[in-house]
Design a protein around this ligand. Structure first.
Ligand SMILES: [Zn+2]
Ligand SMILES: [Zn+2]
Ligand SMILES: [Zn+2]
Length: 119
């Protein structure tokens, strides 16, 4: 289950947005509230007239939903895959990266996880 490709094609290969502009800001989030995909929460809010609701994370079905896209390679990560990158496991201590193309993700995103996911 992914977004309409025509909506996300322009995000692939890009970095950041007008709110976040580090080279590490290479993910886009598909939002639980409306199913649309934006580089960040603020991009969502400027384009939408409703509040963001975080993705549920209670069940294995919840964790299997594709909700994060790596903009370097266009691969979708499930909720569970994305959260595990930031779980501080032995393999990725503080160095989250795309499991498919190895593009480094912004470690600072861990501070905002609760805005996007019920953690
Ligand atoms: Zn929304
Ligand atoms: Zn933004
Ligand atoms: Zn990637």
């Amino acid at each position: 289950m992914t977004s309409d490709p025509s909506e996300t094609a322009h995000l692939i290969g890009g970095v950041g947005c007008e709110h976040w502009n580090s080279r590490l800001d290479v993910v886009a989030i598909r939002f639980h509230c409306c199913g649309r995909t934006y580089p960040c929460l603020h991009c969502h809010d400027e384009a939408s007239d409703h509040p963001v609701t975080p993705w549920p994370t209670d069940t294995s079905d919840d964790l299997a939903v594709d909700a994060v896209m790596c903009r370097c390679c266009g691969t979708w990560l499930s909720v569970g895959e994305y959260l595990s990158l930031y779980a501080g496991s032995a393999q990725h201590p503080e160095r989250p990266a795309c499991p498919h193309c190895a593009a480094p993700f912004n470690p600072g995103c861990a501070r905002h996880t609760h805005l996007y996911f019920q953690v």
